[in-house]
Design a protein around this ligand. Structure first.
Ligand code: CO8
Length: 261
């Protein structure tokens, strides 16, 4: 794998089919500076293109998943520099990934860090994780999905409270509001997240990709066209070898042998 300065990249899991990306600027609590985001985008794209990889994990360290955009780096930005340089461009690489991405959050997930976790498909948290959208404290607003994804995930009242106060909330609150799907002891988080990725990795990669696309429609379109998309995609699975294999294996009472076809 390529070598990076702001992230560490590894292939893990007993079948070596899980791509692990660790944000690695511990001294700045993994603040998301531009070079970090360029590297993260490249690592995600590479794993997305690698047929040996079933799912991707993004994590940080025990103190911080990511404490937000790099405030020191953006301090002197201007409206025109943001606009001309496309300040948030690299975020697209992550939202365009076809494979499942799981965020394993220990420590702070604030501002852009919380938004990065929300760009992922599933969030697992360690019990000391702290989430928040503190942008309001520094005179700005969330800029990478916080005002749009939070209300869709946790509802308007909670989202407003989080965005307008800038207050942090913990892993258990995050789980209760549905932002996080499970909470684990700090030292178990990564191992449990790898297990989740491995479980996903037992399925047909092709069908996993379709399932991810279909769930995402629920956040991107109306119910009517989302249901239409689901139905067409469901019908479409019947054109795949893996659908045939899955049902045949069930009837023959044996494990399926998916070919990604
Ligand atoms: N940017 C740059 N440096 C940071 C950041 C940050 N977001 N967060 C922490 N650091 C640095 C600190 O400056 C400090 O560096 P130094 O030792 O050189 O002074 C080091 O990390 C350790 O931090 P603290 O000493 O502050 O550690 P504490 O344990 O006392 O406090 C906190 C931890 C509470 C997390 C605190 O650091 C904090 O409040 N950080 C800022 C959180 C924040 O406001 N985040 C939102 C940023 S705005 C944003 O994300 C907008 C998103 C827009 C889109 C994203 C584009 C990428």
């Amino acid at each position: 794998t390529a070598s990076y300065e702001n992230i560490k990249v590894e292939v893990v899991g007993s079948k070596k089919n899980v791509g692990l990306i660790q944000l690695n600027r511990p001294k700045a609590l993994n603040a998301l500076c531009k070079p970090l985001f360029v590297e993260l985008g490249k690592a995600v794209n590479d794993f997305d293109a690698d047929s040996n990889i079933a799912a991707i994990i993004i994590t940080g360290n025990e103190k911080a998943f990511a404490a937000g955009a790099d405030i020191k780096e953006m301090q002197n930005n201007t409206y025109s520099s943001n606009t001309k340089q496309g300040f948030l461009r690299e975020w697209e690489d992550i939202s365009n990934c076809g494979k499942p991405i799981i965020a394993a959050v220990n420590g702070f997930a604030l501002g852009g860090g919380c938004e990065l976790a929300m760009l992922c498909d599933i969030i697992y948290a360690g019990e000391k994780a702290k989430f928040g959208q503190p942008e309001i404290n520094i005179g700005t607003i969330p800029g990478a999905g916080g005002t749009q994804r939070l209300p869709r995930y946790v509802g308007k009242s909670k989202a407003m409270e989080i965005v307008l106060t800038g207050n942090f909330f913990d892993a258990h609150e995050a789980e209760k509001m549905g932002l996080v799907s499970k909470v684990f002891p700090v030292e178990k988080l990564l191992e449990e997240t790898i297990k989740l990725a491995e479980r996903i990795g037992t399925h047909s990669p092709l069908i996993v990709k379709l399932a991810k696309q279909a769930v995402n429609q629920a956040y991107e379109t109306t119910l009517k066209s989302g249901l239409q998309f689901e139905k067409s995609t469901f019908y479409g699975t019947f054109a795949t070898e893996d659908r045939k294999e899955g049902m045949t294996a069930f009837v023959e009472k044996r494990p399926p042998n998916f070919k990604n076809e």
